[in-house]
Design a protein around this ligand. Structure first.
Ligand SMILES: [Zn+2]
Ligand SMILES: [Zn+2]
Ligand SMILES: [Zn+2]
Length: 549
């Protein structure tokens, strides 16, 4: 296989014959960055959770936005942005063949008004971003159809859930990662169809289990041992009754117990010819992470019901996408972000209900536009072909937006969550991202000591500015959260919401690369995402299915 040197990190990387077929099909030159650098470059164009108070540049109302007030961008509140009070075509401009296309696109990006937050049909939820149909939610990101929830990431159809990462169709859940169809489940990972399940890993259809791993159809178990209902209740009261110290000790014991049990090398379910991790109901996918119902796709992250796509992240119900980040119902998309109900779009950002557009920013219901300027279909095709040829000459075509194109400072983007870098690494490197100096807010922390047990926490905590044990940053407890903790005997978290998210994200982000290891049962080599220290006993799927289920 031909070896290529990544233009960003200088590592060598392979381009497989299948990859070449895909690039030929969509007529792009092969990539010059390695897959991991391409992922980082894509994620540098998305800010989910760095939110700021500022004014809407059209109506003047005070709003919450993902663009800090010190940036050069015009920002409109959702009502103004979706309304008829402005025209994206009025910012249109001629293409200048003597200059880089990305430079011209950057000038357009600075001129056209941006949408403050990505929200669709949000009810009583001003502080959510990249969410649709949420009601009474707070600091939820990237999810859909949630109600009375807070601090969740990529939750779908959940109610009364706090602090989860990729949780589907669940209720009364807390601090879970990659769980589905659960009820009253906490501190668990890969648990499906469970209720009253705590600190457990890869359990199915279980109830009243604590600190378990790999159980199927069981109830009243502690550390995989059957116990009586009375024993279970006594243990629950002692360890999960509301004390922070006791909870920490139980979590530590549970994580140590998980290590003594065989774990599947990668999590792949109901899939054919799939390689990667956290793959469900998919076919012919590789280099895939967190995907469901994906087909014939590669180098993919957070993909749902999408096919024939490469280098695509956070996309739903789409096809024929390449170097695409964030969208749904999109087809034939190249090098774009935030594209919904769209067809044949290239090098564009936030196009809703558009088709045949090239290098456009923030438009709705448009056709045959280039740099936000309207053309006839014939003129559009002629000019598009010319720009593609010019971009190929400059080495721009087929590559995603350069990191400097991002409207965000690198540390505001999800790239920094996945690939943490310092200012020096971002600005003075081949990567060349943006870095803003943020004003650091100073807080007056009170002497308040968070009581160990939730029972001893008074309503006065709602007035306190708490100091995150990990980052030293300020955070607060909101009333809905306090009521939830009291109802379920959950102690007050000692970390700020962002640190809690970062801790859960590591379970996904640090498992993005496969390495060969030996199956603990059949001794065959098997690709795994886990290091020896994380899970010393790893089984191939065949052995896991035979021994565990
Ligand atoms: Zn690289
Ligand atoms: Zn407004
Ligand atoms: Zn095996």
């Amino acid at each position: 296989m031909p070896q290529n040197i990544c233009k960003n990190c200088q590592a060598s990387f392979e381009i497989a014959p299948d990859d070449f077929s895909f690039y030929e099909k969509i007529q792009v030159p092969p990539p010059t960055w390695c897959p991991q650098c391409r992922l980082q470059r894509r994620l540098a164009q998305r800010n989910e959770r760095s939110l700021y108070k500022r004014k809407c540049d059209l109506c003047g109302e005070s709003i919450i936005a993902m663009y800090s007030p010190n940036k050069p961008y015009k920002v409109y509140c959702p009502t103004c942005w979706h309304g008829d009070g402005w025209d994206a075509l009025s910012y249109g401009r001629e293409y200048d063949p003597s200059r880089s296309f990305f430079d011209q696109l950057k000038e357009l990006q600075i001129a056209v008004p941006h949408l403050s937050l990505w929200q669709m049909n949000a009810v009583n939820s001003p502080w959510i971003n990249y969410e649709g149909d949420d009601k009474n939610c707070y600091l939820n990101f990237g999810g859909h159809l949630n109600e009375d929830c807070a601090y969740n990431h990529y939750n779908l159809k959940t109610r009364d859930c706090i602090d989860n990462f990729w949780l589907m169709k669940s209720e009364y859940c807390y601090e879970n990662i990659l769980c589905e169809n659960d009820y009253k489940t906490c501190h668990s990972i890969f648990c499906y169809d469970c209720r009253d399940t705590y600190a457990s890993f890869d359990c199915r259809n279980c109830s009243n289990v604590i600190g378990c791993s790999g159980l199927r159809h069981k109830q009243y178990h502690i550390f995989n041992q059957p116990v009586s209902k009375e024993e279970y209740e006594k243990f629950f009261k002692e360890n999960l009754g509301g004390s922070y110290a006791k909870l920490q000790s139980l979590l530590q014991k549970s994580h140590e117990f998980w290590k003594t049990q065989p774990q599947r090398a990668t999590f792949i379910e109901k899939s054919v010819n799939a390689s990667g991790h956290i793959i469900n109901a998919s076919k012919n996918v590789s280099e895939a992470l967190s995907v469901e119902k994906a087909e014939d796709s590669k180098y993919i992250l957070y993909l749902l019901e999408t096919k024939d796509s490469y280098d695509t992240s956070s996309v739903w119900k789409s096809e024929l996408c390449y170097e695409f980040l964030g969208g749904m119902n999109a087809s034939a998309i190249i090098g774009s972000t935030g594209t919904i109900d769209a067809l044949r779009i290239s090098y564009s950002h936030l196009l809703i209900n558009c088709q045949d557009c090239f290098g456009c920013i923030n438009m709705k219901k448009k056709k045959y536009c280039i740099l936000n300027k309207q053309y006839s279909s014939e003129d559009y095709e002629k000019l598009r072909d010319r720009i593609v040829a010019d971009m190929k000459t400059r080495g721009e075509y087929g590559e995603f937006f350069p990191p400097s194109f991002s409207p965000y400072s690198y540390d505001e983007t999800i790239a920094c969550e996945w690939f943490p870098m310092t200012k020096e690494q971002v600005v003075g490197s081949a990567f060349g991202g943006n870095w803003d100096e943020h004003e650091s807010s100073s807080y007056q922390f009170s002497d308040y000591q968070i009581p160990d047990d939730i029972k001893d926490v008074g309503d006065d905590i709602l007035e306190k500015v708490l100091k995150c044990e990990k980052s030293g940053k300020a955070y607060r407890i909101i009333p809905m959260e306090l009521a939830f903790y009291r109802r379920f005997g959950i102690p007050i978290p000692r970390e700020a919401p962002f640190e809690r998210h970062r801790r859960r994200l590591r379970f996904i982000a640090d498992h993005r690369v496969l390495a060969p290891c030996t199956c603990g049962a059949c001794k065959q080599s098997v690709p795994s995402v886990y290091s020896d220290s994380e899970f010393p006993i790893v089984y191939c799927e065949k052995c896991y299915q035979r021994e565990i289920i």
